[in-house]
Design a binder for this molecule. Structure first.
Ligand SMILES: Cc1cc2nc3c(=O)[nH]c(=O)nc-3n(C[C@H](O)[C@H](O)[C@H](O)COP(=O)(O)OP(=O)(O)OC[C@H]3O[C@@H](n4cnc5c(N)ncnc54)[C@H](O)[C@@H]3O)c2cc1C
Length: 387
């Protein structure tokens, strides 16, 4: 049973929709130009509980399950994706590691502050040469008395420049038959030896920052080892990422809906030769393809989330939803630029930003190629087991 019943959830969803559409949408240009989410919007998001909507109520969150999370994500997708990024790591890839694998002591030390937004948590898995294949990561954690000493380098870490806490995946031994040898540690950002690089210059999602994080002899106590076990790291990463994939798919559907709405309203008003361009059947065809993609994506997201929550499918469904919806929004955004003609190539126009913002969705939390490998490989392995 979800912690929040249908009536309360409807109120939360309506409030989020109103916040996104009346408070954030009008400030998209400002966010893009400043490359930052304004402080007042951050404050409102924190007051609404958005830093902890997916954190259980016991730890100060709203306690939404994934079927509810995706409904919010479809609303967040309607505006600059950097808004969602501001609290996405707290609820998602970083927060879920603590929720599902942390000890009670670790949860009480961190989760309430994560849920309130007082602490920003970053998920530090990717390294140069270990992105699609995180099992190949080289960051090392070596036991020294009661402590662990971490050395290595992470890259493209979302929220690193503003993080208070890093959830750091590091190798404690070489991979062997017993597992990949990857543990996960809670490392406060002010720990000596931890250095965050300059923020990356990205294609889109202005207002969301990423950077390298370098660990040089970073010493943390034994209590920083998540779950108190060296063996949970890889499983924690894969579990958090699978859940995150359904969320990213929902975000893609929200962005596609926005691109579609922008296209319809442009096509209904812009004219050529005295006719609204929406009267041209080839323009209608583009809009029809957008609408069909949005509807298919929304249905797939809802089904994948329900099957994730019931425990029926936590692997193939999330990957199928992420693959389909992130590819779909790529096409829908491209069509949106096409519907707008030359106007769609101009910086002040929402579909230009959407086109750049959504490109990332096919890359992070597993590229489209990796999703195909998970889906195809998973189905073939299941068939092999049945033989
Ligand atoms: C803006 C941004 C934010 C990010 N935030 C985070 C974060 O917060 N935390 C974090 O840990 N990481 C983060 N990442 C990293 C992201 O998850 C990786 O970039 C992504 O997983 C791809 O890894 P890579 O960049 O090393 O590319 P590669 O793995 O080198 O991929 C390059 C190409 O090779 C293909 N490829 C790779 N392996 C295979 C294979 N086995 N079979 C077929 N094709 C393959 C890929 O699909 C891709 O097309 C972020 C990245 C970006 C750009």
């Amino acid at each position: 049973m979800p912690e929040v019943g249908p009536e309360d959830f409807s109120a939360i969803l309506a409030h989020v929709r109103e916040f996104v559409r009346t408070k954030v949408v009008p400030r998209e240009q400002e966010i893009m130009e400043a490359d930052a989410i304004p402080d007042d919007l951050r404050k409102q998001a924190a007051e609404m509980g958005l830093f902890g909507y997916a954190i259980p109520q016991q730890w100060g969150g709203l306690g939404l399950d994934l079927t509810q999370d995706v409904e919010l994500a479809m609303e967040f997708g309607y505006t600059s994706l950097s808004l969602r990024s501001m609290f996405g790591t707290n609820n998602g890839i970083a927060g879920q590691v603590l929720v599902n694998f942390g000890t009670d002591e670790q949860k009480s030390q961190w989760l309430e502050r994560i849920a309130s937004g007082e602490v920003v948590a970053s998920f530090a898995l990717t390294e140069p040469g270990a992105g699609s294949n995180p099992a190949g990561l080289r960051t090392k954690a070596v036991r020294d008395g009661d402590d662990w000493v971490i050395d290595g380098q992470k890259r493209f870490i979302t929220n690193a420049p503003i993080a208070d806490l890093f959830i750091v995946f590091a190798r404690t031994r070489p991979a062997d038959e017993s597992g990949p040898g990857i543990a996960v540690f809670l490392v406060p950002a002010d720990t000596p030896g931890l250095e965050v690089g300059v923020k990356d210059k990205k294609m889109g999602q202005e207002g969301a920052w990423t950077a390298d994080v370098v660990f040089s002899g970073v010493r943390v106590p034994a209590s920083a080892l998540v779950g108190g076990s060296e063996d949970v790291g890889y499983k924690a990463a894969m579990t958090s990422l699978a859940r995150g994939r359904v969320h990213i798919a929902a975000l893609a559907v929200g962005s596609a809906q926005r691109a579609l709405d922008e296209s319809v309203s442009y096509a209904a008003s812009a004219t050529q030769g005295g006719h609204p361009i929406g009267e041209f059947q080839l323009v209608q065809a583009m809009i029809a393809d957008q609408q069909t993609g949005v509807m298919a994506g929304r249905a797939l997201v809802r089904e994948a989330a329900a099957r994730y929550v019931s425990g029926e499918d936590r692997r193939i469904g999330p990957s199928a939803a992420k693959l389909f919806c992130t590819e779909m929004v790529g096409k829908v955004a491209d069509l949106a630029v096409q519907v707008h003609g030359g106007t769609g190539y101009m910086r002040e126009v929402p579909v230009e930003r959407i086109y750049r913002d959504v490109r990332l969705l096919r890359l992070y939390e597993g590229t489209s190629e990796i999703q195909r490998l998970i889906i195809g490989g998973g189905l073939i392995r299941e068939a092999g087991k049945r033989k």
